[in-house]
Design a protein around this ligand. Structure first.
Ligand code: SF4
Length: 179
């Protein structure tokens, strides 16, 4: 059975929701694969070895994202940048307009709803921010990109079906490109 893993990094999880939006078609896909890691459907912390296809949602915003992306790359034969955030940085990439200090100040001290009288910005047990938000292909080799915010369920199904059939995914639409 083909082993498929998915994960999410700096993202909103909407691409995974699009995967779940396959509804009964998802069941057809699941009949043909072994899902070994998928945060929206299963609670597996460690990234398993010997993954055939990895779908990675989200870009790189912190050191934990970077570590997970590198682990996935080490363990997966095929890596797909899954969704616009993974492909280009997406909405989290807007953070690149500001310094990390300004972002932390805003997030932890000055938003309207924040109550932080001591002005503490957490630094322990919180992954350090990378210097800027990066698309996946900036930090690991990516085999395919599947942009879209989120990618349409039928596109996800098409890509997975092609890979399961041992074919190269159809690359003729603007929604799916080889890199
Ligand atoms: Fe969310 Fe869109 Fe980014 Fe997917 S591409 S994680 S739906 S913002």
């Amino acid at each position: 059975m083909v082993k498929i893993a998915t994960t999410w990094l700096a993202c909103c999880s909407g691409c995974h929701i699009s995967l779940v939006d396959l509804h009964e078609d998802l069941l057809k896909v699941l009949e043909q694969v072994e899902l070994v890691h998928c945060p929206v459907l299963m609670d597996v912390k460690e990234i398993p070895d010997d993954i055939d296809v990895a779908l990675i949602e989200g870009g790189i915003r912190n050191e934990e994202n970077l570590h997970i992306a590198q682990e996935m790359r080490k363990k997966a034969k095929i890596v797909i940048a899954f969704g616009t955030c993974a492909v280009y940085g997406g909405i989290p990439g807007i953070g690149n307009l500001y310094s990390n200090e300004a972002l932390l100040e805003k997030a932890y001290k000055t938003t309207f709803s924040t109550k932080n009288e001591e002005g503490i910005i957490p630094s322990e047990d919180v992954p350090e921010l990378t210097s800027r938000v990066k698309p996946l292909s900036d930090v690991i080799d990516v085999d395919y990109i599947l942009p879209g915010c989120p990618p349409k369920p039928e596109l996800i199904a098409g890509v997975l079906t092609s890979l399961l059939e041992g074919k190269t995914p159809e690359l003729t639409t603007k929604n799916m490109c080889e890199v």
